[in-house]
Write a protein that binds this ligand. Structure first.
Ligand code: ADP
Ligand code: MG
Length: 278
């Protein structure tokens, strides 16, 4: 409601005044509970992400990559620490705030595409645009622009099920773009693709990250390393390295990697949120 958004704007203004990180994780810890065991999937994660970054999250299987992505995108809760979105503490979010966050702020790209198989390329993108309050004619125009951006012009009337794997992933990116969010997250988006097709998808993400934040989980860093601006490596739920590789500017020469050390914050917040993917 209005009071909630006013409260958030107020906080946004007073917490740190000026420009701020799009996403900040402070001492984030996350457990998975079952009747017989507790798994610590993330421990004391301190990270900041901003617009213009194309971040590869790497590390071995079970290291916490998907969990980190799900926490960042509000698909799952965390147990300790705080997640800030543009300086706003998300521990104050209720279920509606989280739904709105996932709907308005995050574009998701999944490994398994998440498409309507029987719909055409245009219809798939239109379906993603439907939630936005725009007129049909404008939506079609916008959909076609997005389809061009992902390189699927010429396949507008093709049913999704008839597309190649690479084209399906492009369409899934188009659907994420239809939401027009600043943040795009992708969990192993090239996992089902051959290496050249995968490389092209990574290249597409790199072009999108010029004015967005793109966070991509990948088990294939070799494929991504020439395109990403930063690599965050996880091991056993912790950040073992965080390396800035270059500015996101094709013309800029690649600079020497700079290693960052995650500063431990003294303040600890505790929140218990159970959330579902919407
Ligand atoms: P990655 O994506 O790097 O392979 P995950 O984030 O999926 O790692 O998993 C991190 C740890 O949390 C692993 O030990 C995994 O077994 C555990 N885990 C992940 N999802 C669940 C879940 N839904 N329930 C219980 N444990 C989980
Ligand atoms: Mg995973």
């Amino acid at each position: 409601g209005l009071s909630n958004s006013l409260r958030q704007s107020w906080r946004r203004r007073t917490i740190d005044g000026g420009a701020r990180m799009l996403i900040r994780l402070e001492n984030i810890t996350k457990y998975y509970y079952s009747s017989t065991s507790v798994t610590q999937a993330l421990h004391n994660i301190n990270l900041e992400f901003d617009r213009g970054e194309f971040v590869a999250i790497t590390g071995e299987s079970g290291g916490g990559k998907s969990t980190l992505l799900n926490v960042i995108s509000g698909m799952t809760g965390f147990d300790e620490g705080e997640l800030y979105i543009e300086g706003v503490e998300t521990s104050s979010f209720d279920e509606t705030d989280w739904e709105n966050f996932r709907k308005d702020r995050i574009g998701f790209v999944f490994q398994d595409y998440d498409l309507f198989d029987k719909y055409t390329v245009l219809e798939n993108v239109l379906a993603a645009l439907y939630l936005r309050n725009i007129e049909y004619g404008d939506a079609v125009k916008r959909a076609k622009e997005i389809i061009e951006k992902v390189g699927l012009t010429g396949f507008v009337s093709q049913k999704a099920e008839k597309l190649s794997s690479g084209q399906k992933q492009r369409l899934s990116i188009a659907r994420a773009l239809a939401k027009d969010t600043e943040i795009i997250v992708a969990d192993e988006p090239t996992g089902n693709l051959d290496s050249e097709t995968g490389r092209q998808i990574v290249e597409l993400f790199a072009s999108l990250a010029k004015d967005k934040l793109v966070i991509m989980v990948t088990h294939n860093y070799e494929q991504a390393k020439d395109y990403v601006t930063r690599q965050v490596r996880l091991y056993d739920g912790g950040v073992v390295s965080d390396t800035v590789l270059k500015k996101n500017d094709a013309a800029a020469p690649q600079t020497e990697p700079v290693s960052r050390t995650g500063k431990q914050q003294s303040i600890r917040f505790v929140s218990l949120n159970m959330r579902r993917r919407s």
